[in-house]
Design a protein around this ligand. Structure first.
Ligand code: DOR
Length: 435
């Protein structure tokens, strides 16, 4: 077996370098060594034939839940990173709503050590904004920064206190890190189960209005404007939020924003029949919101796609709707659920790849991630945009089988994921010619 790998004759798309061409990629000693359309400048390599496949930088997920420590029955860093690799991700940023939460140096060190030993891809930890995620006291951001937190968030809950949010933005400005806010006004959302609208009326469930999100988005934008800090709006779900973000960006506010695959592709109707696997926070909204989100992704108001992978056990979901946990297991269906938008010409392939690669890398300030530049870590995702497959949640690497897509047919499948030059996932149909 050679120490180098040639990914041959694929369609190489690297939006960060403005590359979209047929060619080959040589990986050597864990790094991208060469990219071109002839034969590489050496001949000792194994070959992965990528004809008809797309070859792009490994996907980066800025927002996921790996549940370790504390909720290992839902997911572990080992199972979560394996699931992420199957979804084409080579870097995932884990949210700190573990048990206990990642609110101090030792917790950050703990998850980093587990990821180094048991993870199959890169895991970057996000630290809490408040101690214990209780919303009462700002964490020691300097301590978390030193330990290696790459952003701060109380995700799963908003930072309700504007005073704490303001100070968090001030510190994060100095560290040049984003504060990722889960925008939810709890006074408006409390007890809410799904979007407030026709479906909540029909099912007799308490709704979560769009204003629950938009009031906090507006507040965060005002505070980012005032402090000069960088606010990243997590899982945007409403048309109104987008208008606020668009206006603030035009005024130079440091705001970035993400959308999830489910908020782009599913509506509130997915919960009809009290389907708990479609219960998620923020809730699935309306067709009109989906279209606005898609437009915003296409025109750059939304910077990235993030999965908000939120694994839960069967017991968390096979229960009365109001008792069920919020969340969707999203790593393994992310690409497949979005490829349809590309095949229908609703989203451009380059935009989607940018939103999964160079987009998140820029938000994090990592120049060497999300790119196939020579010398960068060899994090590569290879996928077939047209390959049809049926989602079978029982086959997930994730412990969370909670997906509303179970049993549906998708097009677009990850064929191989390479992390640091090592093939960490490959579809059965992919053969590597060992020379
Ligand atoms: O649906 C959700 N699930 N939304 C969140 O904000 C948190 C997440 C979780 O941790 O399960």
């Amino acid at each position: 077996m050679a120490t180098s790998l040639l990914i041959r004759d694929g369609r190489i798309i690297d939006p960060g370098q403005d590359i979209d061409k047929t060619g080959s990629l040589l990986i050597k000693e864990g790094k991208i060594a060469w990219l071109g359309d002839g034969t590489p400048p050496e001949d000792d390599y194994d070959v992965l034939d990528a004809k008809g496949l797309i070859v792009c930088p490994g996907f980066i997920d800025l927002h996921c839940h790996l549940r370790q420590p504390g909720d290992e029955e839902k997911e572990t860093i080992a199972t979560g990173t394996l699931a992420a690799a199957r979804g084409g991700f080579t870097t995932v940023c884990c949210m700190p709503n573990t048990n206990p939460p990642l609110d101090n140096e030792s917790m950050i060190n703990y998850v980093k050590a587990i990821a180094a030993n048991e993870g199959v891809i890169r895991m970057l930890p996000i630290g809490c904004v408040t101690v214990g995620r209780k919303g009462e006291e700002l964490v020691d951001m300097g301590e978390l920064e030193m330990a290696g937190a790459i952003a701060y968030s109380d995700d799963g809950a908003p930072v309700s206190s504007p005073e704490i949010m303001r100070r968090a933005l001030e510190y994060s400005r100095d560290f040049n890190r984003p504060i990722i806010d889960h925008c939810e006004n709890l006074f408006l959302s409390q007890g809410g189960q799904i979007n407030e609208g026709v479906v909540s009326l029909e099912l007799g469930l308490r709704g979560i209005p769009a204003s629950a999100e938009e009031l906090i988005v507006q507040r965060d934008l005002d505070l980012a404007r005032e402090t000069g800090g960088h606010v990243h709006i997590a899982h945007v779900s409403t048309e109104g939020s987008l208008e606020l973000i668009r206006a603030a960006r035009e005024q130079g506010v440091r705001v970035t924003a993400e959308v999830t695959p489910h908020h782009l592709t599913l509506t509130e109707e997915a919960v009809l029949g009290f389907k708990t696997n479609a219960k998620v926070n923020p809730p699935l909204r309306t067709e009109r919101d989906n279209l606005a989100l898609l437009r915003a992704l296409n025109d750059g108001v939304i910077d990235i796609v993030a999965t908000d992978h939120a694994p839960h056990t069967a017991a968390d979901k096979n229960c009365e709707f109001t008792q069920a946990a919020f969340g969707i297991s999203g790593f393994e269906t992310a690409l497949g659920s979005l490829a349809g938008l590309i095949l229908n010409s609703e989203l451009s392939l380059n935009t989607l790849i940018a939103a999964l690669t160079v987009g998140p890398a820029r938000i994090l300030g990592y120049e060497k991630l999300g790119t196939l530049e020579v010398g960068a870590p060899a994090d590569v995702t290879i996928f077939d945009l047209h390959k049809e497959w049926v989602v079978d949640a029982n086959q997930f690497a994730s412990r969370g089988r909670n997906t509303p897509l179970d049993g549906t047919t998708l097009k677009g499948r990850v064929m191989a994921t390479i992390f640091g030059g090592k093939v960490v996932y490959q579809d059965d149909s992919v053969k590597i010619e060992v020379r």
